[in-house]
Design a protein around this ligand. Structure first.
Ligand SMILES: O=C(O)CCC(=O)C(=O)O
Ligand SMILES: [Fe+2]
Length: 211
């Protein structure tokens, strides 16, 4: 194990909502711009695509990925795939993104998937669990860039009362431990709330250990 992957102690979160650690403005504006620059190269090699659910409905979010695996959905269901739909391998996860994992997830393994979601006008994501990974002991870490988004947190089972918070550009959150399988989703994005992304909208990265 190299120094880089030694588990450490993440900084204390600014708030914890239903067990989810929220680090506000974890990335300063310069770090956000650098990350967007790195992501531009990623999506040049692995262009965004729009997935269908198993029921044949298009997801409103456009997706891509970096790392050994990307996430995929079609009429056969949800799964991780080791290539972009074009057949090309996924580009590597940018080092500046891995650094956020090292600091805020601070666990012994590195993520194998950086899922990239782009929310344009009207895009949203329904309440769901992230449960296509093999081992739920590893956390999922999310990075928000661009327009603010209303994030909804539910429970460990379907239904029940929910709680919402706004995620802003540079915020990092970690769903781990008892909150690893919490239901979550994005109700809406506040268009024009950030100037970070050229075309506007929101980027969300989720880092996952898949295998
Ligand atoms: O966009 C977000 O903040 C959440 C994304 C998400 O839950 C997912 O990709 O599984
Ligand atoms: Fe999710």
């Amino acid at each position: 194990m190299t120094f880089d992957t030694l588990p450490g102690t993440p900084p204390p979160p600014d708030l914890t909502v239903r067990g989810v650690a929220v680090h506000k403005a974890a990335l300063d504006p310069e770090a956000q711009r650098d990350m967007v620059t790195a992501l531009r190269d990623v999506v040049r090699a692995a262009p965004f695509f729009q997935l269908e659910t198993r029921f044949g409905r298009k997801l409103s979010v456009r997706m891509s990925a970096a790392g050994a695996f990307g996430w995929f959905s079609d009429r056969r269901g949800y799964r991780y795939i080791d290539r972009h739909p074009s057949g090309a391998p996924w580009p590597p996860i940018p080092e500046c993104v891995l650094d956020v994992w090292r600091r805020y997830a601070a666990v012994a393994r590195l993520p194998e998937c950086c899922l990239i979601n782009h929310y344009g006008e009207g895009a949203r994501m329904g309440l769901h669990q992230d449960r296509d990974e093999a081992d739920f002991r590893w956390p999922v870490l999310s990075i928000s860039l661009g327009d603010s988004a209303l994030f909804r947190l539910g429970n460990l089972e379907k239904g029940g009362p929910t709680e919402s918070l706004w995620l802003e550009s540079g915020d990092v959150l970690v769903m781990g431990g008892a909150s690893r399988l919490i239901y979550h989703g994005i109700d809406r994005v506040r268009a024009g709330s950030s100037t970070l992304l050229d075309g506007g909208g929101r980027l969300n990265l989720t880092l996952r250990v898949v295998t």
